[in-house]
Design a protein around this ligand. Structure first.
Ligand code: CAA
Length: 261
């Protein structure tokens, strides 16, 4: 499939999605959001892809938010539909059976922070900045920011960020648990690729189960979530990767996971 506002590259089991509107700091207009939906559907159907990297084109921004020019002329119904379109894409990213690493290389503001929050974790360059500045535009986050941010960093930090609209540097973003790891701009993509390759070397069934249980068990009562964990643990034993992983340990060799989903 071909895209106009994103670049899609595949190298074996690793797919890289680059949001490509550098002149507008990769702002998310309805076309970008639609194409993100399409590319994640393509990735979901591609058995070869095991891990995804999501980044922004250029050296200034990951994504500087939803496109303010497009939003400025929306009526309430269009704005509501745009918010739902963004939320559907972020939900599809969370539901994807393959981990997505956000590779944040500059501004991740508004919808940029929100798209990164829908990834499985965030690696960022040391020049990156995060924030939910929607309040400065007279609106609120509309791509999950009031919900995913509070679930990740806690309600108080989420409220401070959403209520002040402050843009924070990467050191504070790491301190509050928004960002996993920080690199120089040059080291960022190689480091993300190294982690992606490590994850891609694991079994598909167990990778998917980890992502789904952590994402969808988190808001369940603990005893319910633990039951789901036990079911998924049992399911892993239906995969050839369990035989391979345990067999390799006993035979003192490196496991080669080749199972399918
Ligand atoms: N939408 C549309 N265009 C944007 C944009 C956005 N979110 N962010 C930046 N741009 C455009 C600028 O208009 C500018 O275009 P021109 O060259 O045509 O004038 C270009 O990108 C470069 O930006 P700046 O000249 O502003 O660059 P800067 O270095 O001076 O500032 C910035 C960078 C601090 C990120 C600033 O651009 C900024 O504040 N951007 C808006 C950030 C924002 O408010 N994001 C939240 C959007 S609302 C949202 O996301 C809602 C939601 O949750 C769904």
């Amino acid at each position: 499939m071909s895209y106009e506002t994103i670049l899609y590259a595949k190298d074996g089991a690793i797919a890289t999605v680059t949001i490509n509107r550098p002149k507008a700091l990769n702002a998310l207009n309805p076309q970008v959001v639609a194409e993100l939906g399409q590319v994640f559907a393509e990735i979901a159907a591609d058995a070869e892809v095991k891990v995804v990297l999501l980044t922004g084109a250029g050296d200034k921004a990951f994504v500087a938010g939803a496109d303010i020019v497009s939003m400025s002329v929306m009526d309430p119904v269009q704005a509501r539909n745009f918010s739902r379109q963004l939320q559907e894409v972020t939900c599809a990213m969370e539901s994807l059976a393959k981990p997505i690493i956000a590779v944040v290389n500059g501004f991740a503001l508004g919808g940029g922070t929100e798209i990164a929050l829908a990834c499985d974790f965030i690696y960022a360059s040391d020049v990156s900045k995060f924030g939910q500045p929607e309040i400065n535009l007279g609106v609120i986050p509309g791509a999950g920011g009031t919900q995913r941010l509070s679930r990740l960093v806690g309600k108080n930090w989420a409220k401070e960020l959403c209520l002040t609209g402050d843009i924070i540097d990467v050191a504070l973003a790491k301190e509050i648990g928004l960002v996993n790891r920080v690199f120089t701009p040059e080291e960022l993509m190689p480091a993300a690729l190294k982690t992606a390759k490590k994850i891609a070397s694991k079994g598909r069934v167990s990778t998917r189960a980890c992502k789904e249980l952590i994402n969808f068990g988190f808001d369940l009562p603990l005893d319910h979530a633990l039951r789901l964990e036990a079911e998924a643990f049992g399911l892993c034993f239906a995969s050839p990767d369990q035989k391979e992983g345990m067999g390799a340990f006993i035979e003192k060799r490196k496991a080669e996971f080749k199972g399918s989903l």
